[in-house]
Ligand binder design. Structure first.
Ligand code: C5P
Length: 232
């Protein structure tokens, strides 16, 4: 890493969040007096490490322009895509003229508002001299079953199983290239899987369990609880 290597954040925020059964996409639901995505972006901004944050927003999204944070000088709005990986690629393209291939990009879900500066800095400090990059992840405490229908086929060896969180940190050039090659592949559900497809081996960095993704209605109360108890 050279002295002028920059860090960029990419936030895919163009999903509809069907599992919330709400009147609006989950990133716009209210959490402690703000929209979920406002918390997420304010936390990324306050980590004070990013040159800019590219946010992928659906073209038909009426909520984004209403948020003050959308006008922040470090926020760049990009068009969202059909799948999460399309949204990430679109956001990467929106900073093409600003970023170098060797800069680091941290991709973080809009729906993970409890991200802390501690975890962002842990990921960066662990991987900044790495060749490939990696992701925040959590080990699994539950016994994991391989199931077909309602029948258990077997029990997985959980010592090898980690849950992928975000941010996921990769070099601008290799991430863009990996996502372009993987375009349309339904197996690409996070950035790491696009790099894995290239035969690369991203690393895991153990993250905090309070970095939850808002997926179901009850997650909002849990996120609020975590936020009230986080002091770093
Ligand atoms: O649906 P899921 O929780 O996996 O979405 C993770 C993140 O990806 C969310 O922040 C969502 O807004 C974003 N996303 C996107 N474009 C899509 C689908 C999801 O930016 N087409």
């Amino acid at each position: 890493m050279t002295i002028d290597t920059k860090f960029w954040a990419v936030v895919p925020a163009a999903g509809v969040g069907k599992r919330m059964n709400a009147d609006r996409p989950k990133q716009y639901l209210e959490l402690a007096d703000k929209a979920v995505i406002e918390h997420t972006l304010l936390r990324l901004l306050s980590a004070d490490v990013f040159s800019a944050i590219a946010v992928a927003i659906s073209k038909e999204d009426p909520y984004w322009p209403e948020l003050e944070v959308s006008l922040h000088e470090k926020i760049i709005t990009a068009d969202g895509g059909k799948e999460r990986s399309d949204s990430v690629l679109s956001a990467l393209k929106s900073i093409r003229a600003l970023a170098s291939d060797d800069d680091w990009v941290l991709v973080h879900d809009a729906a993970r508002p409890c991200i802390t500066a501690t975890d962002i800095k842990l990921l960066i400090n662990t991987l900044r001299d790495d060749d490939v990059g990696g992701i925040l992840a959590l080990s699994s405490h539950d016994t994991l079953k391989d199931v077909q229908g309602t029948f258990i086929r077997g029990t997985l060896d959980r010592s090898h199983i980690w849950r992928a969180l975000t941010p996921q940190m990769f070099k601008y050039g290799s991430l863009k290239n990996a996502l372009e090659i993987a375009e349309g592949n339904p197996a690409i559900t996070d950035e790491a899987s696009a790099l894995e497809l290239q035969g690369l081996q991203p690393k895991i960095v153990e993250g905090r369990p309070d970095n939850i993704k808002i997926t179901r209605p009850e997650d909002l109360a849990l996120a609020q609880f975590y936020m009230e108890h986080q002091n770093d």
